[in-house]
Design a protein around this ligand. Structure first.
Ligand code: PRX
Length: 653
């Protein structure tokens, strides 16, 4: 691969060690037989009936995969309701008193809901939504922090066949308005505010500002989280009052076709605007339930904690839908891992006797930095399995997690997937596979994936290339199911996919070893992965470029010990602009357009951005500056003199 290939941006970690699955774990694992790989391969796509069989269908599907595709119709002809699968069937099968949801609030409060209690409140809120006018296929936007009302609202929407669009609570008013506008969403569920590190954040005022920017009316439901009683205006309703007036109501779950939309979630791509990814009801739910069962080894008797915020796909799939579909106890935590103390996570695991813990490498690196004295103070022996997701985990962090949290006795699954895949795709089966710290693993049974070069040919072991999914999978999004050219408009650097009848380029670089284990090398498009969350450089750049006094801006990823990638902004100023003032305005602009999470970690002011002779900004050079690398020959630049300036500015930072 040529040295300027974007995939070749970091050396492949050495994956020279393997860790066997602990025998005690294998003995009890949901999937412990290696033959599962061959069985799936021999019987594809019908093998996926094993996932479909985890669900209850109102109408049995006619075929596991209908259509030669695209469109691909997973569980073709089948009808089901996601809320029924997550609630009613557990209540009906005598498990109504099992805890469905355990909530740990930011101020130390906690709440639990049995399956029956959750069923009741979901029904009551579903009835309320109907009364407010929500009809099947209306998009309901949910702009809530990690409080029980969020999964309750999701399941209430699912019950009446109204797709939800959850917008991360930390996003700004502008970001909310963009998403509501794009989805034509006329219903919003939000709250008055919530606590962040003990201080209240006023969510409702952000929601109000978003509504001003919309050209349609919005019916809003407000959860009183702060307990101060929020004054409501026309078109606004108090959540508790609504549920109270529908006390005891039941709503028949609406039968949805397997390919009907369950929800919409926005993610960042290479364009300036976030992309709506629409997930299906049958394929998605089957995919997440099957992977939670086989990879996270989730069992009904478990207390399971996926720490991801529900505002992102991981929270949708593995905090809400998969664990509830499997009838386990899922834990929801509103707080941050270091408040009030840095042992908060371990205290919660001990107190709730958590069996399975699934988190992000960025959190693991923070835990590592804070030191093992925090977990050491707690009894973590309830843990059986650990998982990570969202970004590559370096072998040192993997080993620390394995040793200090899992006591060397819990398998660690490094799960690779994306918003677009809906559920896990490349990882290890903990009851079957050896683990390799730093490598995610092989494609799961029934998943086709290859690492290819620019011509679409498989790379040799150890060579870097592009990760491509070569077969459709049940959790594939509706957008991809329906649209043959879904990918045509995306990404500028992509391998040729002509060799395949159908393939999806993930926009990730990867290597593969002799055993077929895939090691991820990061995105090859203009998407940053900050603390495991995706942001398009264009989104951030356009917010910065809107600041008065800014002439031009380019945003790239720089190194960050904890967050994985940091946001580096290179900004050239109009004559006479004041740097200190602009720095504040840049932060405010990004916070207003997206949210605090995307605010640049480093802003470098430069008289000019380095450009090619044709006038294109040289992002790769900016990335090298951010990483402090040798820049090599820069004579091909139109303005090579700017480079020295950039380097010295960064030294001063
Ligand atoms: O670059 C990959 C990285 O996160 C991207 C997907 O981000 P998002 O859609 O926000 O979903 C995150 C949660 C599934 C991927 O393109 N990524 C995700 N998991 C891993 C990963 N990179 C390396 N290893 C992983 N386990």
């Amino acid at each position: 691969m040529p040295s300027d290939d974007p995939v070749d941006r970091s050396a492949s970690p050495s994956v020279d060690e393997t860790v066997d699955p602990p025998p005690a774990f294998v003995e009890q694992a949901n999937v412990a037989d290696e033959s599962v790989y061959d069985e799936f391969a021999a019987d594809w796509p019908d093998c996926w009936a094993r996932a479909g069989d985890l669900l209850d269908w109102d109408r049995e599907y006619d075929a596991v995969l209908g259509g030669e595709g695209p469109p691909f119709r997973w569980f073709d002809g089948g009808e089901l309701n996601a809320s029924y699968n997550c609630l009613d069937r557990h209540v009906e099968s005598g498990r109504k008193n099992q805890v469905a949801l355990t909530w740990e609030g930011r101020l130390g409060e906690s709440r639990t809901y049995s399956y029956l209690e959750l069923y009741r409140e979901v029904n009551e809120f579903a009835a309320a939504l109907r009364d407010l006018g929500v009809e099947e296929d209306d998009v309901v936007t949910l702009y809530l922090p990690m409080i029980p009302e969020l999964p309750i609202a999701m399941l209430a929407c699912a019950r009446i066949g109204a797709p939800h669009s959850v917008v991360f609570a930390g996003f700004s008013a502008d970001a909310l308005a963009t998403r509501m506008d794009d989805a034509d969403s006329e219903y919003l569920v939000t709250c008055d505010g919530y606590y962040r590190r003990g201080a209240p954040v006023h969510q409702k005022s952000k929601a109000d500002n978003a509504a001003i920017g919309l050209d349609h009316d919005v019916t809003t439901v407000v959860v009183d989280r702060l307990g101060d009683g929020t004054p409501l205006t026309d078109g606004e309703h108090d959540y508790d009052q609504l549920v109270g007036t529908h006390r005891g109501a039941t709503v028949e779950p609406v039968s949805r076709a397997a390919t009907d939309q369950l929800f919409l979630i926005y993610t960042s791509g290479t364009t300036g605007e976030p992309t709506g990814v629409r997930h299906t009801t049958g394929g998605y739910l089957a995919h997440v339930a099957w992977t939670a069962r086989s990879v996270l080894d989730v069992k009904p008797a478990d207390t399971y904690w996926c720490s991801a915020d529900i505002g992102w796909i991981t929270g949708h799939s593995y905090t809400v839908y998969a664990p509830l579909a499997l009838g386990t106890t899922t834990m929801l935590y509103e707080g941050t891992p270091d408040y009030p103390e840095k042992d908060r996570v371990w205290e919660l695991i001990e107190r709730n006797a958590v069996d399975v813990f699934y988190t992000a490498p960025t959190a693991i690196r923070a835990f590592m930095k804070w030191g093992e004295k925090h977990p050491d103070r707690h009894d973590l022996s309830s843990l059986r399995l650990l998982g990570t997701v969202g970004e590559p985990i370096n072998p040192r962090a993997w080993k620390w997690y394995h040793e200090h949290i899992g006591n060397g006795e819990c398998p660690v699954v490094d799960t690779w997937w994306q918003t677009e895949t809906g559920g896990m795709m490349v990882t290890t089966l903990p009851g079957v596979d050896r683990m390799k710290p730093g490598a995610a693993g092989r494609p799961l049974p029934g998943i086709g994936a290859e690492v290819v070069d620019g011509d679409g040919e498989p790379v040799d072991p150890g060579e870097s290339g592009y990760l491509v999914l070569t077969d459709p999978w049940p959790g594939m999004p509706l957008s991809m199911v329906q649209d043959e050219d879904w990918f045509a408009a995306r990404g500028s650097t992509r391998p040729s996919l002509d060799r395949f009848d159908w393939a999806y380029f993930t926009e990730d670089g990867a290597t593969v070893d002799d055993d077929g284990y895939v090691t991820l090398l990061g995105r090859v498009d203009d998407v940053l992965n900050v603390s495991g969350h995706r942001f398009g450089t264009t989104e951030i750049e356009s917010a910065i470029a809107d600041v008065d006094g800014v002439a031009e801006a380019a945003v790239v990823a720089g190194p960050h010990d904890l967050k994985g990638e940091a946001v580096y902004a290179y900004v050239s100023l109009a004559d006479g602009a004041d740097r200190a003032e602009i720095r504040t305005l840049v932060d405010e602009a990004v916070e207003a357009a997206i949210g605090p999470i995307a605010v640049p970690d480093v802003v470098v002011f430069t008289p000019d951005l380095p450009k090619t002779r044709s006038g294109k900004v040289m992002r790769r050079l900016l990335e090298s500056v951010a990483r402090g690398e040798d820049l090599g020959d820069t004579s091909a630049l139109r303005n090579p003199e700017v480079v020295g300036e950039l380097e010295s500015t960064l030294d001063d930072d």
